[in-house]
Write a protein that binds this ligand. Structure first.
Ligand code: ASP
Ligand code: MG
Length: 437
């Protein structure tokens, strides 16, 4: 069994939806995970915001505009009156749910119900289309098997226990369709896996049913070895290990939902990133295999703030770092990069909501300095301590760039450093020339 996930643009028009069958082979066992039609989730967010602001008139106008779009959509997707009528019924059902929120108290719980309608619509309409063209398929309700716990973490065992029996029941069917993104939370309420979460759904399903492979179909030819918007001549990375992909996930969130790597890694399910526009292209394969001695990718993240705490009390002391980290914990602020010397420690954060409070508390320990407008640059590949020469090549290409922090040895596959965002473009280009050209 394979799991194939198609994003919003891949189902973005009736034409694109019909074209999915160029990729889906109905003679093979597969679960197809669909996102909402592109733009729909954003529209649903706007509708929720209008409701949250108690602007019912605006909410209703937005709902009407979206409904009109779907009325046009089904006319192009479906032909026979019988199926067109079914499509119309589905649209009325889901939009009635949206209109009904006018009469209700609207909170974040209702917002999640609103957001869920996008995936419910796309999958149900696609299912009707398959019926019209006589391709047997089963629509699997994600709300019956996708679940998160009290910490908002998805429960893979729950998927195994609830989804596997549904698959076993339909032994003679090859094609299963289900919704990405949506789930139920620990209270049984409708919830979601956060924006872009359909990738995560696919990876969780793949893990839950021990699929042969998870395929993420997008509109690019895989993960690139550098930022194509900044550097000329970037190439798709053919193979990445789970560890390498996990390092890049923080940087490449737009291609693959960052959390998606972890279940696949744990259950050893290969993940392929493929291009709907060029289905024959190899894309990127993420698996347990690592390629010895190869540098895979360069990535960058902007909007980083560095904080340095300098204190003579750190010398020969224990427990100092714990007290520093506890300050960040109290303000629920993740630390990304750390470097230490004997009497100072520097950390980076990208969430600066509590920067003022954090620096105030840290100043109890010593002198605090803050540098804003920084970028983390990371080089990923097989950089283990047993190999040598990589660091030299990396730093040789950066002779002309001031480096604020360097982090190496945290894992076997990453060197990261912090530069001023003004120096980012030159850093990425210079590294690319030295490492890949
Ligand atoms: N439709 C959701 C979103 O736009 C989930 C997804 O597309 O992955 O965020
Ligand atoms: Mg996406």
């Amino acid at each position: 069994m394979k799991v194939l996930k198609f994003g919003g643009t891949s189902v973005g028009s009736p034409e694109r939806m019909k074209k999915l069958l160029d990729i889906i082979d109905p003679t093979q066992k597969q679960i197809v995970v669909l996102s909402a039609v592109s733009g729909t989730t954003n529209n649903l967010v706007e509708i929720s915001q209008a409701f949250l602001a108690s602007d019912k008139q605006k909410a209703n106008e937005l709902i009407k505009t979206l409904q009109d779009k779907y009325e046009v959509f089904i006319k192009e997707l479906l032909n026979k009156p019988e199926f067109l009528a079914q499509g119309k019924e589905v649209i009325d059902y889901h939009f009635d749910i949206l209109y009904a929120f006018s009469n209700d108290l609207f909170t974040v719980a209702e917002e999640k119900v609103v957001l869920a309608q996008g995936e419910l619509l796309s999958t149900t309409l696609y299912h009707i289309y398959l019926k019209e063209i006589n391709v047997p398929s089963v629509l699997l309700p994600a709300l019956d098997f996708m679940k998160t716990d009290e910490d908002n973490e998805p429960v893979v065992d729950y998927i195994t226990e609830h989804l596997q029996p549904m698959l076993d029941e339909a032994k003679d069917v090859n094609l299963f369709i289900t919704q990405g993104f949506i789930c139920r939370n620990a209270f049984g309420e409708i919830d979601n896996l956060r924006r872009g979460g359909s990738d995560y759904t696919a990876s969780l399903i793949g893990s839950g049913i021990k699929a042969d492979e998870v395929q993420i179909w997008t509109d690019i030819d895989g993960m690139h070895n550098n930022d194509p918007r900044i550097v000329k001549g970037t190439k798709p990375i053919a193979n990445l290990s789970f560890d390498e992909a996990a390092e890049l996930a923080y940087f490449g969130a737009k291609i693959l939902h960052p959390q998606s790597v972890f279940p696949a890694q744990k259950y050893k399910i290969p993940v392929r990133i493929l291009n709907t526009m060029d289905p024959k292209a190899f894309g990127t394969l993420i698996s347990s295999e690592s390629e010895k001695g190869k540098i895979k990718s360069i990535a960058a993240k902007d909007g980083i703030t560095a904080i340095k705490i300098q204190s003579s009390r750190m010398l020969l002391a224990y427990g100092f770092l714990r007290r520093v980290f506890e300050v960040f914990e109290r303000y629920k602020t993740p630390i990304d990069m750390i470097t230490t010397s004997e009497v100072a420690v520097s950390v980076t954060i990208d969430d600066t909501r509590y920067l003022g409070e954090i620096t105030k508390e840290l100043s109890d320990f010593g002198i605090v300095e803050v540098d804003v407008n920084q970028s983390i640059i990371c080089v990923v590949g097989d950089l283990g301590a047993s190999s040598h020469g990589f660091a030299a090549r990396v730093f040789d290409s950066l002779k002309h760039i001031p480096l604020r922090m360097i982090s190496y040895g945290g894992s076997n596959c990453n060197i990261s450093f912090l530069v001023k965002t003004d120096d980012k473009v030159e850093t990425l280009r210079s590294l690319h020339n030295r490492l890949f050209e």
